[in-house]
Design a protein around this ligand. Structure first.
Ligand SMILES: [Zn+2]
Length: 244
């Protein structure tokens, strides 16, 4: 049995027995693991309130490779990304980010990179709640790049022509030029501003010509296709404009 100390993000927490919780955490050192937090729901427990999604923690736990669930020993809060109850939208997109991570991290590949990415983007959301949806789109773009599936935004995936506007081809999950995609319905089209937003990785300003929900839908579809997973985000289902 080894004692492990690492940073972690809380993904999910469920009550267990009378006063304990079983918590799924994404750790920087060991990827996704489950821990039992004994007595965490007792009124006087030092763990109370800490094991909630959107908390960035430092955790210490006993690790035994033969066990599915490890035993949590100590928790310190590094930062809470949970906003006040009046700003539910920021939390929704923060939870969507965590859910995306939860779906995407299947093994211990890229754990450090994805962990740092998640923390950095959650911090951005917390600092700029007015840009939260755009920051989520930026996160998805960065995630596809980290996973090795960067979306081709410069040239048509079929004829290689330089893209100015583009069509998203859902059958092959790629961007193609308007000529190659002329038989696709008009709603498949991304306008110049939307494409420019995808190209410029630092731009977080957007005017009304950028349909943010449309970009979210496309990138979620893109990730699901290339990772061969069904990325259905419960946290976004209450938003009518998101079709995933
Ligand atoms: Zn083309």
């Amino acid at each position: 049995m080894t004692l492990i100390k690492t940073e972690a993000l809380v993904l999910h927490s469920i009550p267990f027995q009378e006063s304990s919780s079983i918590v799924r955490i994404f750790t920087r050192e060991q990827g996704k693991i489950s821990v039992i937090a004994k007595g965490a729901r007792r009124l006087k427990s030092s763990l109370r309130g800490l094991l909630e999604p959107l908390n960035h923690l430092e955790v210490i736990y006993y690790f035994k490779s033969t066990r599915d669930i490890q035993t949590l020993s100590k928790v310190d809060l590094i930062r809470s990304f949970l906003t006040s109850a009046t700003d539910i939208e920021t939390d929704i997109w923060g939870l969507a980010l965590l859910e995306t991570v939860d779906h995407v991290v299947q093994n211990h590949q890229y754990d450090h990179e994805i962990f740092d990415l998640a923390v950095a983007f959650l911090a951005q959301m917390d600092d700029h709640p007015e840009l939260v949806q755009l920051i989520y789109i930026r996160f998805l773009l960065a995630l596809t790049k980290t996973l090795g599936y960067r979306i081709g935004v410069d040239n048509c995936a079929r004829c290689q022509r330089k893209l100015t506007a583009a069509i998203y081809d859902p059958e092959n999950a790629q961007l193609i030029c308007c000529e190659c995609g002329k038989y696709f319905p008009p709603e498949s089209r991304l306008n110049e501003r939307e494409l420019a937003f995808l190209k410029n990785r630092k731009d977080v300003n957007a005017d009304s010509s950028i349909r943010k929900s449309r970009l979210v839908n496309i990138l979620i579809h893109y990730l699901s296709y290339h990772l061969d997973i069904r990325l259905k985000l419960k946290s976004l289902q209450i938003l009518p404009e998101i079709s995933i």
